[in-house]
Design a protein around this ligand. Structure first.
Ligand code: GAP
Length: 448
């Protein structure tokens, strides 16, 4: 973990937020390379969900949430962690994460009884701070998918099974944020709510577990480092009939990367009006506020059905930590030196190719190199940079460490023969390629 944290800071992936004022616990900023990696990961998820499935639609809903939504979702009552105070050093801890019931700060066993601490951030809305007009920063992106269910069904004519997917910020006032970006207070989720006919839910649950495992593998997360955890009944969230957690061997231990839950008809049922007229199986709170029936009409029987929901819910930050952990390699070279190389899948690499003129001050070389950079940039595969430092060896080292799949050197032969030398990040092999062929070469490398 220390090596990863250091690389992330040194090369501009991830910084502690507000570091110049001492930082803030549980908050991180993504730097120039981090934002590219994060966007690439989110794009890979978005494509796999929405572009590759005609029965999944996208959504980008508000983060500030109406408290009524989080009342009926159950979050106001149940979204809490057990908290204890250390009576000796006055620190606060999540009691379920304590080892031996001792304070991790001072080692004392003199702790208060655990009490629930609600994790939602509350904020005042509008100019009057009377404690009445408040909203929550959403603790999961899922709820706005449920509240928009009818809008999406009506505007896109969907029938079961179908899904609504969303990527966006979520906030939790974690009692003890820890392990770099693993447990933070502000993070992003990639969530799919997949609506299915009751009775087909268990089959779809299994299918989504398999599909999600395949997707993580395609992002470079080895199946050897993944374990599935079938959450026992007494640990299930209030909405879940069954949850499979995708557990990953993070540098600090085996922990949840993604949760795949069978949320039954709990959410649509609890946000619905006229609940008595619907055949809701989950134990929902009586709703007197909703103005909409969140159900779908069966095309054969014309009956109103409240769909069941299968929810694969992944954290972007945890995904990035797992992917960087997998990609990070320190290799021994034949000359006795070491090289650090980030073997990211090319579609995730923050920089797709670096174009390096052999000499920094040679106008002709630099002009040809920028021409090559511009022609590759136009492909829209991600960021291509012109690395005009005049030091090829240093350029290779930097680009190995940040995971750039290809370095393209423009030298004097390039001026004469219209060729360039491509160096592959993983094999370190070099190949001379016609400049006219570079676009195709890059497309193949990035898209596979
Ligand atoms: N909608 C369901 C839901 O939110 P969750 O298991 O609480 O379920 C889903 O969260 C995913 O969000 C987790 O698997 C994890 O990847 C990510 N996540 C949750 N809390 C997080 C935190 N404090 N910091 C970073 N990621 C978090």
């Amino acid at each position: 973990m220390d090596d990863l944290v250091s690389l992330c800071k040194r090369r501009g992936f991830i910084f502690q937020s507000g570091e110049i004022y001492g930082g803030m616990q549980g908050m991180y900023d993504f730097g120039p390379l981090g934002v590219e990696l994060k966007n690439n990961l989110k794009q890979a998820w978005w494509s796999s969900m929405i572009y590759e499935n005609d029965n999944i639609e996208g959504l980008d809903a508000a983060i500030l949430s109406n408290p009524t939504v989080l009342k009926y979702s159950g979050h106001e009552d149940t979204f809490s962690d057990p908290m204890v105070d250390c009576k000796s050093c006055k620190s606060r801890w999540r009691s379920d994460l304590l080892e031996d019931n001792k304070c991790p700060g001072c080692g004392s066993s003199d702790l208060t009884e655990p009490r629930p601490f609600n994790l939602m951030f509350k904020t005042n809305i509008g100019p009057i701070d009377d404690g009445e007009t408040f909203g929550y920063l959403r603790p999961e992106t899922a709820q706005s998918i449920f509240t928009n269910f009818k809008n999406v069904v009506d505007s896109s004519s969907k029938s079961l099974p179908f899904g609504i997917a969303q990527i966006g910020k979520a906030f939790r006032n974690e009692i003890t944020p820890r392990n770099f970006i693993f447990r933070v207070r502000e993070f992003e989720q990639m969530e799919l709510e997949f609506f299915v006919a009751p009775g087909t839910d268990e089959e779809w649950h299994k299918k989504w577990v398999d599909m999600r495992l395949l997707w993580w593998e395609q992002q470079g997360v080895s199946s050897e480092n993944i374990e599935l955890y079938d959450v026992p009944k007494d640990e299930l969230a209030h909405y879940s009939k069954g949850t499979i957690d995708v557990m990953y061997k993070f540098p600090h231990g085996l922990e949840e990367l993604e949760g795949i839950a069978n949320r039954t008809d709990f959410d649509l049922g609890s946000h619905s009006k006229k609940q008595d007229e619907l055949n809701i199986t989950a134990n929902v709170m009586k709703n007197s506020s909703s103005n909409t029936r969140l159900a779908i009409q069966d095309q054969n029987t014309n009956e109103w059905v409240v769909p069941y929901v299968i929810e694969p819910s992944a954290g972007v930050e945890r995904g990035i930590l797992a992917i960087m952990n997998e990609a990070y390699n320190v290799e021994q070279l034949e000359n006795g030196k070491e090289r650090t190389v980030l073997k990211l899948k090319p579609h995730l690499s923050p920089i797709k190719a670096a174009v390096i003129p052999l000499k920094k001050n040679n106008e002709e070389l630099v002009a040809l190199a920028s021409e090559v950079k511009n022609s590759l940039q136009k492909l829209n595969l991600g960021r291509i940079i012109l690395e005009n430092t005049g030091n090829i060896g240093k350029g290779y080292r930097r680009h190995d460490e940040i995971g750039t799949p290809l370095c393209i050197t423009i030298d004097f032969d390039s001026l004469e023969n219209k060729t360039a030398t491509i160096r592959d990040r993983d094999s370190m092999e070099q190949e001379v390629v016609a400049i006219g062929e570079l676009q195709n070469y890059l497309i193949k490398k990035i898209n596979g």
